[in-house]
Write a protein that binds this ligand. Structure first.
Ligand SMILES: [Zn+2]
Length: 147
């Protein structure tokens, strides 16, 4: 990580994503703290918040992985970089929010992951702790390729 925003441009996958990340770096802020802790305008993340509780927000990934029917982000509403610092309440709140969005969107399969610390070592673009729910398949959730 070479900037105060905690972003890793090397892990960006799309040109628009790189452009937004360069703006964030120039502004010198953590994008998730800016958008989801302090709720400052204008927001860097263009997708709406789908649900939130006192610990987390859930939104769609602006740049979903290929071959995904849905790619959701769960962002912790305080800045930490490692899951070892999560409280029991935050862990419970994450699971509660995951179950809620799965019910709302009729999600029956998926991959749930959380990268911790070392943005350059994990493939993360944002250092602020977050989790991802990736539902493989086409727009109807039909899986044609896994991996
Ligand atoms: Zn942050």
């Amino acid at each position: 990580m070479k900037n105060s925003s905690g972003l890793n441009l090397e892990n960006a996958r799309e040109d628009e994503q790189v452009s937004v990340m360069r703006d964030i770096i120039a502004d010198g802020v953590c994008p998730f703290c800016h958008d989801f802790v302090d709720f400052l305008e204008p927001m860097y993340h263009a997708k709406p918040i789908l649900h939130k509780n006192s610990s987390w927000i859930v939104t769609e990934n602006a740049w979903p992985y290929e071959n995904t029917a849905q790619h959701l982000l769960f962002v912790l509403r305080r800045h930490i970089t490692h899951d070892s610092a999560l409280t029991q309440k935050e862990i419970q709140d994450l699971w509660t929010l995951k179950k809620r969005i799965e019910k709302d969107r009729t999600i029956t399969h998926g991959t749930f992951l959380m990268r911790s610390s070392g943005a350059g070592n994990t493939g993360a673009t944002v250092h602020h702790l977050h989790a991802q729910l990736i539902v493989s398949g086409d727009e109807n959730g039909v899986v044609t390729k896994v991996g």
